[in-house]
Design a protein around this ligand. Sequence first.
Ligand SMILES: CCCCC/C=C\C/C=C\CCCCCCCC(=O)SCCNC(=O)CCNC(=O)[C@H](O)C(C)(C)COP(=O)(O)OP(=O)(O)OC[C@H]1O[C@@H](n2cnc3c(N)ncnc32)[C@H](O)[C@@H]1OP(=O)(O)O
Ligand SMILES: CCCCCCCCCCCCCCCCCC(=O)OC[C@@H](O)COP(=O)(O)O
Length: 377
Amino acid sequence: MGLLQFLKSQFLCHLIMCYVFLVSGLIVNLIQICTLPLWLVSKQLARKINIRLAYCIASQMVAALEWWSGTECTLYTDPKSYPLYGKENAVVILNHSFEIDFLCGWTFCERFGVLGSSKVLAKKELAYVPVIGWMWYFLEIVFCKRKWEEDRTTVAQSLQKLRDYPENYWFLLFCEGTRFTPKKHQFSMQVAESKGLPKLKYHLLPRTKGFYVTVQNLRGTAAAIYDSTLNFRNNEVPTLLGILNGKKYHADLYVRRIPLESVPEDEAECAAWLHKLYQEKDGFQEQYAQTGRFPGPIVSPPRRPWSLINWLFWSCVVLYPLGLLIAQLLSSGSVLTIAAAVVVCSAVSMGMRWMIGQTEIDKSSNYGIKATALNNN
Ligand SMILES: CCCCC/C=C\C/C=C\CCCCCCCC(=O)SCCNC(=O)CCNC(=O)[C@H](O)C(C)(C)COP(=O)(O)OP(=O)(O)OC[C@H]1O[C@@H](n2cnc3c(N)ncnc32)[C@H](O)[C@@H]1OP(=O)(O)O
Ligand SMILES: CCCCCCCCCCCCCCCCCC(=O)OC[C@@H](O)COP(=O)(O)O
């Protein structure tokens, strides 16, 4: 292990990274609150400012993936579709099997210049996660309770608000609704069987209602569906803690651009269309398992320096006062103050560990497991 790799695995480094993320994130959240009055005066300007503020937070995690861990992201796609990426609104459909799939998604958003404005249909619980969840409120992220009786109106209303969004965005939908586990897969395939649908090997049965409502409400606003299938080389099991430890992964993403007009307008036909799409996605994963490749040519966008520059900027902003504080603390010689500082540090690191836990599949909800289908958590 080289010196740099050794440093990357040190808890102190992780503590510093988490401190930078948390403090800069809370500063950004505070600035976001200050933009509230602006929404009344100029909604579009407030949105544009919040896109940039969101970039300040999200791109720190992207920088950790791209620059700290050095993870490589390869894109398989049609070269004719490539020039359109980032230049239009799109609904992205992604498989939900990896703890850092959202982060790989963000990396591609960053490379195509839509990171600040990217959106998702997210479970409501994530709205309460400090920094990221609070930032999403100002980005007009669409939240759902995964209870259709309640979601049918709230999700449609939130989507309608995105129709006049001032910048291009990608709207991410994990149609499986929850992360893949063998147990959830087993239950989901029982549902597939009961509906007479073909079994899927690598995906859960997609939930079609969120997709239908998204397509209906973004018709005329989003130009295309980006059907995206993600996997990692050598059966890697990537985690956020792995990224913090500087572990390098190799992500492969296959994206097909499908014009939105080709999605049927009728609800039942739209559902059947999505089920067929997932059968095709399963085929792509099978091909990847057999050959280590997705179909089509590789057209990889390079990583950009902006996420790193943003990260260095915020590190300077928040580490300088911390340095002064530590120096003052040590020179004060007060055992009580030093003990209080240690308690605060421990509380913060436990809080950060809880946040990282939100990404861990071991801590995944019970959603999609039949016996608890009515009780998501
Ligand atoms: C590559 C580029 C990437 C670009 C990235 C761009 C942007 C990035 C932005 C942000 C990144 C951050 C990411 C954060 C991640 C957070 C993601 C989440 O939170 S995922 C969870 C929330 N989202 C969803 O659930 C979306 C999918 N779900 C739906 O669409 C649902 O329909 C719903 C709208 C949520 C409603 O759900 P509910 O459970 O109430 O109802 P349903 O009617 O859907 O469910 C019953 C229905 O499903 C059938 N079914 C299938 N399997 C099961 C099962 N295992 N158990 C029970 N039922 C199951 C069932 O038969 C019913 O079928 P039917 O509809 O025919 O009646
Ligand atoms: C600069 C780097 C510093 C690193 C510090 C790390 C900070 C921690 C960041 C916390 C990130 C919180 C974002 C949560 C995104 C989680 C996405 C996700 O995968 O959600 C799961 C849901 O889809 C489904 O839930 P389940 O039903 O599977 O349950």
